[in-house]
Design a protein around this ligand. Sequence first.
Ligand code: 3HC
Length: 337
Amino acid sequence: MKVGVIGAGQMGSGIAEVFALAGNEVKIYDVDRGQLDRALKNIKWSLSKLAEKGRVKDVEEIMSRLHVSEGLSSFQTEELVVEAVFEDFNVKAKTLEEVSRRLSPESLIATNTSSIPITELSRAVWSPERFLGMHFFNPPVLMELVEVIKGDSTRDVYFNKALEVVRNIGKTALPVRKDVPGFVVNRILFRVFNKACSILDRYTVEQVDWVAYYDLGFPMGIFMLLDYTGLDLNLSISKEVAKRGLKLNCPEVEKLVANGKRGAKSGSGFYDWKERPRIERVQGGPSPKELIEDAFREGLWLIKEGVATEEEIDKGTMLGLGLRSGIMTMGRRLGLS
Ligand code: 3HC
């Protein structure tokens, strides 16, 4: 399959890698040529890591399937294009308008937005019946889940095709048939982030992260994950969801970003990332129940609204966030109901 990926940041480069790894020819584009060079370097590093573990045989062969594009106008014959540009409605809408204008009306067009409803973005897309959300988790090559989101205009034939594409790249699809800001897994994660930020007057970053890691089975601490996904991205997400009624508030993230600390990619955030930070055992900290009760309630809201079932929320949080057990199961075990 010929695939296009627009945006070569952490997510775009990871998505391009996943498609190339699964045998597809991939064209990748970014307005910033330097970003494209960094993306290719990161993909090569990641593939070499997978080769060390026996998951990849020939790194160069996979790299040869990745092609750098010189401009949006070069996307014409791709069967699938995934947009993964900056998390801002106007930037995404402009990109989608431009690329959908040239592609054949049968080509699938997907956005990797973390937060913006598909139906809103679809208004910018030519032939919006072939447009949907394909939401990957960072790092795409290691995280098994992809949420596939149907907008109001998405036709079933294209939705089913996207589910098949996700299966063909070896990932597990979580079909999301109701288009709410942040979809399923991110809505849960936003509540965890927000709660963690709101208790920083009582606990330290290290205390919160230790409880998340040790008691709740998160693969990394909550603030470490904020750093890892990018504080600037999290700030943009908060702005986009706030416009749509979901208020998230983390003044510490705003302060860090204002000081140029964008998390792992900039070398510092809540943690210093010159070397990979480790979670340290510390005393005290919030109760595990306090940390996830809002996320659990968000899960109940998703069920009530018919966005996802309890099983889907559990599966999504395990495969998308690497949790040892799903957030709903975890909450019930801690006495939430
Ligand atoms: N490609 C290949 N290998 C990689 C890699 C990549 N991109 N990233 C890390 N690795 C390798 C490491 O180099 C290391 O290799 P080694 O064993 O040879 O040293 C190995 O994987 C294990 O990595 P680490 O020791 O650094 O740490 P972990 O064991 O904790 O694994 C992790 C890393 C898979 C990222 C794990 O911590 C994890 O699952 N974290 C949670 C991630 C998560 O929640 N993602 C979703 C965020 S939300 C999102 O993306 C949505 C968006 O809309 C915001």
